[in-house]
Design a protein around this ligand. Structure first.
Ligand SMILES: *Cc1c(COP(=O)(O)O)cnc(C)c1O
Length: 393
């Protein structure tokens, strides 16, 4: 059996003709920059997230970059973030001439640890930290209630890197009970990526920033288009970070199916969890399955509220690299997100030595992403888990 890490064909096949018709319509319209498709997608994503504004941009990376630019982050500034993320989270900070400061992750969720955030902000007496970027890694929310409480006390804005987490929800406990809030809707703004491997993927690059603040949204819109207002009069320097209307048109079709695909990924995750449990009952397996931290209800039934969207299903495994080679031979594709902490990247370590991040370094040596995409069959999952079990036998 051959199990790819990701196969986009099953979901593409569902809307193939609708997508081709939309692309044809947009080409025939001769509106190739901005225009109604981008405007409509912005409204639809803002609605989906429960916020007022969406600003389409060229990628998830550029969503983060324009957000930091709108906060005027630059040389001499610091930005606090997690050391366990895709490089873009840190790359945008460095590109603006600012420097990252890292708060190690929580070992269960793989997300930034609020206790470390509190310590670092308390120690920043010169107030050089201009923003905090939590990442909702693999599609599970960081502990936003605690992060927002801490950052509010220090008056530092929060930019959510929700690139892997469109549709992820987080339970805010209030006087009236629990309110589930969407990733990207809790901080000053949230950044999404429409890279094809994300849960809502375009047929190329794309991204979006969502926010509640009208003047922040206005600035984002200026910055994504060279900052001119009126056109050709520039009081600030932006760039070309526009979202392609063809991508917007495709995304509008796919957005209608997003909840179904999240559900299929959750079902696949529950099936993996059960299969690993069954194997472990037979003989001990040195594998830890991912924990969905925020859930309500029980079992895999309709009452279960589990708002991990499983952009990735990441296990921790003993002798991870050997296991990965073994699985490759069995035609099971896997990936390591990520083999190094950001604090270990040479572009940083060449310049200075960041402090060690033990939880991140442990995760980087143990984590392994298994195929989880919608369209993965139960037979494929059984084969994956059996292949893992055979390695340790
Ligand atoms: C994918 C991703 C990005 C960057 O998105 P692009 O659209 O590829 O530029 C940023 N942060 C995280 C956590 C990501 O997973």
């Amino acid at each position: 059996m051959n199990v790819p890490l990701l196969d986009l064909a099953p979901t593409l096949d569902e809307q193939r003709q609708e997508i081709i018709d939309a692309v044809t319509r947009i080409i025939d319209s001769t509106r190739y920059i901005q225009g109604p498709e981008v405007d409509e997608l912005e409204k639809e994503i803002a609605d989906y997230c429960g916020v007022d504004y969406g600003v389409g941009v060229s990628s998830g990376t550029d969503a983060l970059l324009v957000s930091l630019m709108a906060l005027d982050v630059g040389a001499g500034d610091l930005v606090l973030t997690t050391p366990y993320s895709f490089f873009a989270t840190m790359g945008v900070i460095l590109r603006l001439g600012a420097m990252p400061v890292f708060a190690d992750i929580d070992p269960v969720s793989f997300n930034i640890d609020p206790d470390r955030v509190a310590e670092i902000l308390a120690a920043d007496t010169e107030k050089r930290i201009k923003a905090v970027i939590p990442v909702h890694l693999y599609g599970q929310a960081a502990d936003m209630a605690r992060i927002l409480e801490i950052t509010a006390a220090h008056e530092v804005p929060v930019i959510e890197d929700a690139a892997q987490a469109i549709g992820t929800e987080y339970p805010f406990a209030g006087a009236a009970g629990v309110t589930w809030m969407k990733a990207g809707s809790m901080g000053l703004c949230g950044c999404f990526s429409f890279f094809p491997s994300k849960n809502l993927g375009a047929v190329g690059d794309g991204g979006m920033v969502v926010c509640r603040d009208a003047s922040f949204a206005h600035n984002l819109k200026l910055l994504r288009n060279h900052g001119g207002e009126p056109k050709y009069y520039h009081s600030m320097v932006g760039g070309n970070f526009r979202l392609d209307p063809i991508q917007a048109g495709v995304l509008r079709i796919k957005l209608k199916h997003l909840e179904k695909w999240h559900r299929q990924r959750r079902e696949n995750a529950e099936r993996y969890n059960q299969l690993f449990k069954d194997q472990a009952a037979r003989s001990e397996l040195p594998v830890t399955t991912p924990v969905s931290v925020y859930r309500e209800g029980s079992g895999a039934g309709a009452d279960l509220k589990n708002f991990h969207i499983y952009n990735q299903y990441v296990i921790r495994a003993d002798r991870r690299d050997r296991l990965r080679e073994w699985l490759q031979k069995k035609n099971v594709a896997t990936e390591i997100y990520y083999p190094l902490g950001l604090h270990q990247q040479e572009c940083l370590t060449r310049r200075f030595t960041p402090p060690p991040m033990p939880n991140t370094e442990k995760a980087a040596s143990e984590s392994l992403a298994l195929p989880i995409y919608p369209g993965l069959t139960p037979q494929m999952q059984e084969y994956v888990v059996k292949s893992v079990a055979d390695f340790y036998r």
